[in-house]
Design a protein around this ligand. Structure first.
Ligand SMILES: C[S@@+](CC[C@H](N)C(=O)[O-])C[C@H]1O[C@@H](n2cnc3c(N)ncnc32)[C@H](O)[C@@H]1O
Length: 157
């Protein structure tokens, strides 16, 4: 496990490269946007969002709306988020995250989850439909990105 200082330096170019590709494929991201597992705030350089991370050291590395918290128990009201990003963090979260994602997203909201391709088996988006899927490449690793919407069939029951 990389320490925060090492992660921030070692991964800056890698993560920014992936974020630029990812955002170019998503189009307009607006409204209330959350970034779960923000790390040192790379995504926050590109879009206006509320960052949540369990590491105070990471949160101190950037300015803006930052919350120290646990991605498995989101300190946000139900149905308030238009977009929720979770980049290269899902492998560190539990199944509770999916319940929280469902609770906090607006009914028409979208979740954007990226995962290191080497950890793909950890991606189990329970209760969501994948509406878009693509790859982004950093300097070292490839990520799989899925855009999710709440599974409408489940809502009818
Ligand atoms: C691999 S880093 C990814 C950071 C950032 N999203 C990026 O793409 O560079 C994983 C991040 O998840 C955070 N993290 C780990 N467990 C967490 C949890 N339970 N809740 C919130 N953040 C968590 C770590 O502190 C770290 O910042």
């Amino acid at each position: 496990m990389l320490t925060e200082a090492i992660y921030s330096k070692a991964m800056e170019a890698e993560q920014c490269k992936k974020i630029e590709q990812l955002l170019s494929k998503l189009g307009d991201v607006h409204g209330t946007v959350l970034d779960i597992g923000s790390g040192p705030g790379f995504l926050e350089r590109y879009i206006d969002c509320i960052a949540l991370d369990s590491s105070l050291k990471h949160l101190k590395e950037f300015e803006g709306n930052r919350i120290l918290g646990d991605g498995n128990s989101l300190p946000f009201k139900s149905g308030g988020a238009d977009w929720i990003f979770c980049m290269d963090t899902i492998h560190l979260l539990s199944l509770e995250f999916w319940k929280e994602l469902k609770r906090v997203l607006k009914p028409e909201g979208k979740a954007v989850i990226s995962i290191f391709s080497s950890r793909l088996e950890k991606l189990k988006p329970t209760g969501f439909d994948i509406v878009k899927e693509f790859e982004v490449s950093g300097e070292k690793e490839r990520d799989i990105v899925v855009v999710l919407e709440e599974n409408r069939r489940l809502l009818q029951h």
